[in-house]
Design a protein around this ligand. Structure first.
Ligand code: NI
Length: 207
């Protein structure tokens, strides 16, 4: 009779250290990849929308993001010479504000120009006031506008339409951003969904 080694089934816990070591290696590699390549886009955006800004209001006074602490900010970027999208959106926003009743008191709608060369404090104040007395227009230096647009991930670019210095239009992204009373990102609202849907979304986000 051949001699046989006694066999017994390997208990699964014997592999536990190997499995744990494996997970540790995977975590380390993932952490290294995030450190080296940057966080995946959804994580990055959730962390990065909005931030500190320094701008000028319609009265020519300096304002910052802290000026609006305690209220939700509804932020829209555009420019007063915009032929279509901005006036349509701001008209819808003004109607939405009228529809949400007392919720509107917790809200500060802001229109930030991406065309500061033409949108002086006077120009932006009169333009914003034409849509709603609650809407505040903000402008700034080209560098200040570039900074705040970058923080909100807003795209804008100018296109020449003629030989004169004022002969240009601006391309810009069109999204409504909501920031909470402590200045943190609270959500986005589609700018093209109409006043009723904007009002419904505002009621959901603003509490
Ligand atoms: Ni526009």
């Amino acid at each position: 009779m051949p001699e046989t080694k006694p066999t017994r089934p390997a208990p699964t816990w014997r592999f536990a250290p190997i499995i744990l070591a494996g997970f540790a290696v995977i975590l380390l590699v993932a952490a290294g990849a995030i450190w080296f390549f940057g966080a995946p886009a959804p994580l990055q955006q959730a962390a990065a929308i909005g931030g500190p800004f320094s701008l000028t209001d319609g009265a020519g006074k300096p304002v910052t993001d802290k000026t609006y602490r305690g209220k939700y900010m509804l932020v829209y970027f555009g420019y007063t010479f915009c032929p279509d999208v901005c006036p349509t959106t701001l008209n819808d926003v003004a109607q939405a504000i009228d529809k949400i009743g007392p919720v509107a008191d917790k809200l500060q709608p802001l229109f930030i120009t991406i065309d500061p060369a033409r949108d002086t404090p006077d120009v932006i104040r009169q333009y914003a006031a034409a849509f709603s007395p609650k809407l505040q227009g903000l402008t700034g230096t080209a560098a200040q506008i570039a900074d705040v647009a970058k923080e909100y991930r807003v795209y804008y670019a100018s296109h020449k339409t003629g030989p004169g210095p004022g002969d240009y239009t601006m391309d810009h992204s069109s999204i409504l951003y909501v920031m909470d009373p402590s200045g943190h990102f609270a959500g986005v609202i589609r700018a093209d969904e109409g006043p009723d849907a904007i009002a419904a979304d505002l009621k959901k986000i603003v509490s």
